[in-house]
Design a protein around this ligand. Structure first.
Ligand code: COA
Length: 217
């Protein structure tokens, strides 16, 4: 969070933000966990809407914190009773990744703009960060909407988001493994766009819930 250290109002806001963050990411562990995968650096668990209150409370806290971190109002979930939340728990008992997925029917393909001649990877990232994105108005069938995907800033670029999506693909619908074509990202941020482009292997991935869009999912 950006704040002015000499401004008392800003300092109070910062303290509130900090406390909310610390309490949201703290994870003491539950007796019954739905573990989807275990790795040397942590594990991925899934929380469903019918789970005990303490699990749903944690998911709410995390979602609020993620929305604050993203810094803008997120689209409300389509149908809460059918959402699936994946949390990446680090070995030091912190929630360092969160993915909230929902059922959707349609996605819209991002229209890739032609890059100017770009020499380095840094230039490409800078260009991607600066430009807005556009998508087709033609709906295409999709199954799974990634409403939110977030990784703690200090833990980024360790494939935490990629691992969460892999787990999601094999656990979103019982007995089937979703293809990348069946997944859409909700109004992606510049980071989200860079990630999705890499993960999907194309800049023309599917999106939904975009601002000013028809939102017909
Ligand atoms: N810039 C450029 N490329 C990026 C990138 C970034 N910020 N984030 C991911 N990628 C690409 C890279 O090619 C990366 O592989 P590499 O590290 O070997 O080069 C690949 O995607 C896989 O990234 P991964 O490590 O799995 O992603 P992550 O765990 O760092 O999480 C986000 C990615 C987007 C979830 C994370 O940056 C984040 O939480 N951002 C803030 C919240 C946000 O904007 N969420 C997106 C909402 S749509």
């Amino acid at each position: 969070m950006l704040y002015t250290a000499s401004n008392p109002e800003d300092e109070t806001q910062h303290l509130l933000f900090h406390n909310q963050f610390i309490s949201a990411v703290k994870y003491v562990g539950w007796k019954k966990e739905r573990i989807l995968a275990e790795y040397p650096d942590g594990r991925i668990i899934m929380v469903l809407p019918e789970d005990p209150k303490y699990a749903l409370k944690k998911v709410d806290e995390i979602r609020e914190m993620v929305d604050n971190d993203l810094g803008f109002q997120q689209a409300p979930l389509m149908c809460y009773s059918r959402t699936k939340t994946l949390l990446f728990i680090s070995n030091d008992k912190k929630v360092v990744g969160c993915l909230i997925a929902e059922h959707i029917q349609w996605g819209y393909r991002v229209i890739e703009e032609k890059h100017p001649v770009i020499r380095s990877e840094e230039e490409k990232v800078r260009f991607e960060r600066q430009k807005a994105w556009c998508c087709s108005t033609l709906p295409e069938p999709a199954i799974c909407g990634i409403s939110r995907i977030w990784v703690f800033s200090m833990m980024r670029r360790k494939k935490i988001a990629s691992r969460m999506i892999e787990c999601l693909r094999s656990n979103f619908i019982y007995g089937s493994y979703l293809s990348k074509e069946e997944i859409a990202f909700s109004d992606p941020t510049p980071d989200g766009k860079l990630f999705a482009t890499q993960y999907c292997g194309t800049g023309q991935f599917l999106v939904y819930n975009f601002i000013n869009g028809q939102n017909s999912t």
